[in-house]
Every structure is written in C-alpha cells, then in structure tokens.
Design a protein around this ligand. Structure first.
Ligand code: NAP
Length: 222
C-alpha cells in the first residue's frame, strides 16, 4: 500500500498502523532527508504539488502491484475568510488537496490494476461537504473547503470511471484529529482515527465505491 504525506500527523499514523498490521508500506514524504527504510516502511520522495515528482514516483514503482493508495497529504491554507482570501494561496491548496489525488490516481492506475484489492482512499473532510460542512464549523477556510468539495467530486467521478476496472474509490473524513492541522483542541487521537480508517478501507469493496463516510463509518452527505 502507498500513502502520501506520511511524514507526520494522520499520514504517519496510517503508515505505522498498516506496517504494524504486516503490510508493506510505501510511505511518501516531500522533505529531505527521508527516514531510513525499516519496520515495514519503504520511504519515497513525493511532493504531490509537483507533477514531475508524481511522474518520478510512478516510474520508480513501475511493475509493482499496489492494493491500496491513500491520498492523505493536504494543506489548510488561509483561514481568515473573505478578508484575507489570496489567489495564490487558494490555487496552492487546490493543487495539493484536489488536483494531486487525481494525478496520482492516474499515475498509479497500472499498479492498482495489478494489485488484489484496488482501493483509492481520498482523505477528505466534512468541511468540504456542502450539506454538513457548515453545521457546527464557521472557520473561514475558503480554499480548504473548496478543495475538499472538489476532492469529493473527484472521488465520485473516479469511482464511476474506475468501476469497470474493479477499482474502489472512497472519500473519508478522519474526524477532528489531534495533529498539527487539527490543533490542540481536536477530539480524536491520530492513532484512533488511523485505525478506524484502515478498518473502513479494509472492509470496502466495489459496492462502497463513490461513498463519503466518516472514520466512525457514518455516511456524510455530499
Ligand atoms: N486534522 C484534522 O482535524 C483533519 C480533519 C479533516 C480532514 N483532515 C485531513 O486529513 C489529512 C491529514 O491531515 P493532518 O491533520 O495529518 O495534517 P498535517 O498534520 O498538517 O499533515 C499534513 C501532511 O501532508 C503533507 N504535505 C503537505 N503538502 C504536501 C506536498 N505538497 N507534498 C507531499 N506532502 C505534503 C505534510 O508534509 P510535510 O511534513 O512535508 O509538511 C504532512 O505530512 C489531510 O487530508 C487533511 O485535510 C484532517
């Protein structure tokens, strides 16, 4: 299995969880130096904002089967609402959170086709749900919300397009997680979220493809 943004936070906990469960984990991180390989983790350099980096990763993995790809890397961007909305910041967030998962899905499709399970799990956010994202959340994170709404559409469209190939595509909300992004007040320990997400991914089949669920299994309205 492969995970992006494995250097810290939820990505690191997901990588550790899968490795601990006996999976061979291709852990991707953008910053040098990469940690040494070991304990089931094989580290690869990947800056998801850079299409050349995605192409380089895919070339390095040519011929290797992948069962699961988790698009986890993300950035929050500006959170100051309309007043501080910035064009470059907005586009940078869209590039990492919405475009990169699509480019990675395309680049790694041959690897997924060669695997057994064939699952793409996009770590989305309830903040990107038009129906539920603003119920108890007034943050002014326009770029982040728009990027996750775009990722949700990418998930639905990919699910449709890849169904004939037997590839399952999921959008998953990890909860409000105790990471740098989630902050100190967050509710869910990253380890708990990672274990729950891995459980959902492990149970998912083509019947669940195109769904949006929280880490506790509850469906989220788009
Ligand atoms: N925490 C929450 O409460 C929460 C809630 C809803 C959804 N989520 C989602 O859960 C996922 C994980 O979030 P988190 O809380 O673990 O965030 P985090 O603590 O901020 O970690 C983000 C990770 O993404 C990586 N990353 C950022 N830009 C990258 C790039 N261009 N290329 C490669 N890696 C990049 C970071 O790498 P560096 O170390 O190099 O910066 C880091 O490993 C994200 O998709 C996030 O949107 C989180």
């Amino acid at each position: 299995m492969l995970i992006t943004g494995a250097s810290r936070g939820l990505g690191w906990e997901l990588a550790r969880h899968y490795a601990g469960a006996g999976w061979r984990v291709i852990a991707c991180a953008r910053a040098a130096p990469l940690p040494p390989d070991g304990d089931g983790l094989e580290w690869h350099r990947l800056d998801v904002a850079n299409p050349a980096s995605i192409a380089e990763l895919a070339a390095g993995l040519a011929g290797r089967a992948l069962d699961v790809v988790i698009n986890n890397a993300a950035i929050r961007g500006d959170i100051g609402g309309l007043a501080t909305l910035d064009a470059d910041d907005f586009m940078a967030v869209m590039r990492v959170n919405a475009l990169a998962p699509l480019l990675l899905a395309r680049a790694l499709l041959p690897n997924l086709m060669a695997g057994r399970a064939g699952i793409i799990a996009n770590i989305s956010s309830r903040a990107g749900s038009i129906a539920e994202g603003m119920i108890d959340d007034e943050d002014g994170d326009y770029a982040y919300r728009c990027s996750k709404a775009a990722l949700n559409m990418a998930t639905a469209k990919l699910a449709l397009d890849l169904k004939p190939a037997g590839i399952t595509v999921l959008a998953l909300h990890p909860g409000w997680v105790q990471t740098d992004m989630g902050g100190v007040a967050a509710e869910v320990p990253a380890q708990q979220s990672a274990a729950a997400l891995a459980g959902l991914i492990g149970q998912a089949g083509i019947a669940e493809s195109g769904s949006f669920r929280a880490f506790d299994g509850q469906p989220i309205a788009w």
